[in-house]
Design a protein around this ligand. Structure first.
Ligand code: MD6
Ligand code: FE
Length: 218
């Protein structure tokens, strides 16, 4: 089966893939924003416990905003401090909030309070296993995702881990939104692929997810 390359897709279950959503300037602004966030809140490698064994994630991450997603031996959760610096995460840069607003409007979704920007970094060879995002208090608010750098193979499944998956090729500048029923669908990053002209110095990939975490309204 071939990956879906550059065709826009909006599904009845609320899944949206908008290739080339970001301008080149926005891609560079996101990269600059990630670099300054990482100076204050360095990338960390999360861990999780599976069957009593502690396993490292095959990616590193950091956050901006009042709440940051984190996982270690104590489980998945939102925290209000960087686990190592013990400082609050830096605020979400205006440019990211503006892109988030434009992304929601583009997909005809109502405005939303963006409380967290999770930044995932994939070095060459890294990946993210199939998972559901359900650490948030509000599991109905859409999750917005922006890709920068290397291409990635995104697998979208269903509500059950065993459901078949569809393949999407996420490229630098693409927007994905999981809203409606697709908000709870299993998904993951199977692998990343080297890309010509990757602006990341290490040829990796950055993914920014923008979320509403609490039940608070706008
Ligand atoms: C990634 N994305 O693109 C991982 N989660 O690197 C996600 O795990 C994700 O793209 C929830 C909603 C959209 C996503
Ligand atoms: Fe996810």
């Amino acid at each position: 089966m071939s990956a879906k390359a550059s065709k826009e897709e909006t599904r009845a279950d609320g899944f949206h893939h908008i290739p080339g959503f970001l301008s080149v300037n926005e891609i560079h602004a996101l990269l600059d924003a990630a670099r300054s966030i990482c100076l204050e809140a360095p990338l960390l490698r999360p861990r999780m416990t599976i069957g009593g064994k502690v396993i490292d994630f095959k990616l590193t991450l950091t956050n901006a905003g009042p709440l940051g997603w984190w996982s270690d031996e104590r489980g998945f959760r939102y925290v209000d401090r960087h686990p190592v610096t013990e400082m609050p995460f830096p605020p979400i840069p205006e440019i990211i909030l503006d892109i988030g607003k434009r992304a929601l409007a583009r997909c005809e979704l109502p405005p939303m309070r963006i409380e967290n920007c999770l930044i995932n970094h994939y070095a060459e060879g890294e990946s993210l296993g199939q998972h559901q995002d359900r650490t948030e208090e509000d599991l109905d608010a859409p999750i917005l995702s922006l890709s920068v750098g290397a291409d990635a193979l995104f697998l979208l499944g269903g509500m059950d881990r065993k459901n078949p998956t569809r393949k999407y090729l996420l490229r630098s500048g693409d927007l994905v939104i999981q809203s409606g029923p697709s908000r709870r669908a299993f998904h993951g990053i199977k692998q990343i692929y080297p890309t010509i002209g990757n602006p990341l110095r290490d040829r990796g990939r950055l993914n920014f997810t923008l979320r509403k975490v609490t039940k608070e309204t706008l």
